[in-house]
Design a protein around this ligand. Structure first.
Ligand SMILES: [Zn+2]
Length: 297
């Protein structure tokens, strides 16, 4: 694993021969890394993740992913509903302005938004957790946050509303409701308490491992502390059993392509074990390239 990784990293092109592209702040858009034939830069990853303001706020057609797991997010910001007979779990409220959009997606699928009992998150940034206070106001859901993300979550207070936190989670803890159990894996790097969630979903007499990945994108400056967090995170996530890879931005798991392949009678396109760690591969190559670039400065 390690050898393969380092070989992949060696092929990384840093600040290639091409003219550097300058970002808005005047910082060059580098490094660039090529993973599985695709080239990425910090700006291209951000653009892919966020899309246009319209992409961030327009509902992607709500759909069943597998078993009791449903998509209720926008075109680029994911939100997942896990429906159970004892109420539902929502992962990621996204922006506060999207909460009513998510509510509509939930009811278009035939579920009641007010039946949401638990609100979870992948990490404490506004594009994933800004809507928490409003979701709680509308549903009474218990909001649960990984301990190391509590401080960051408390900074997210749209309109001055304090961020609700009903339960502080620790690495490896379980959240159970109506026969479904989710496990919170602390996978820091992007934020200190970034959380990758796992659960088992049943469909057609089989059980599938579903992985709700967080973002693994490094900040502009990779400190030694963040580097060691990522070292652990990239090693750890690959040990998780995975059949259905999901992410907190739609592009991280090719939502659109997979959705277009959803056909009655055809194999479920969201079952995609071969691509479980592609996003991690991209982000790991980027972190390693950023570190090399920092060393060369
Ligand atoms: Zn983020």
């Amino acid at each position: 694993m390690t050898t393969r990784l380092f070989r992949a990293v060696l092929t990384v092109v840093i600040g290639s021969g091409a003219q550097p592209v300058f970002a808005q702040g005047g910082a060059p858009d580098q490094p660039s890394v090529t993973v599985r034939g695709q080239t990425y830069t910090p700006r291209s990853i951000l653009a892919r993740n966020m899309g246009t303001p319209e992409d961030q706020t327009t509902a992607f057609p709500p759909h069943k992913i597998i078993g009791n797991v449903y998509y209720v997010g926008t075109r680029t910001l994911t939100a997942f509903l896990i429906a159970t007979p004892q109420g539902h779990i929502l992962i990621n409220s996204t922006y506060e302005r999207n909460v009513r959009t998510i509510e509509k997606s939930v009811s278009d699928l035939g579920f009641k938004f007010s039946d949401i009992r638990i609100l979870l998150a992948t990490h404490a940034h506004g594009d994933h957790q800004e809507g928490d206070a409003l979701v709680k106001e509308l549903t009474g859901a218990q909001v649960m946050v990984m301990r190391e993300d509590v401080a960051a979550a408390q900074e997210i207070k749209p309109g001055g509303k304090p961020h609700p936190i009903d339960r502080v989670l620790h690495d490896g803890e379980e959240v159970a409701l109506g026969g479904t159990t989710l496990v919170a894996h602390r996978t820091p790097g992007h934020t200190r308490g970034a959380t990758t969630w796992t659960m088992k979903a049943a469909e057609g007499g089989k059980t599938y491992n579903v992985v709700f990945a967080t973002s693994y994108r490094a900040p502009t400056t990779v400190t030694p502390e963040i580097e060691s967090e990522f070292n652990r995170t990239f090693r750890f996530i690959r040990t998780l059993p995975c059949d259905v890879p999901l992410g907190d931005h739609a592009a991280q798991y090719n939502l659109k392509d997979k959705y277009l392949r959803l056909k009655p009678g055809a194999p479920n396109p969201f079952v995609d074990p071969a691509h479980c760690w592609v996003e991690a591969e991209i982000q790991e190559a980027m972190v390693r390239a950023q570190l090399q670039l920092q060393q060369n400065k």
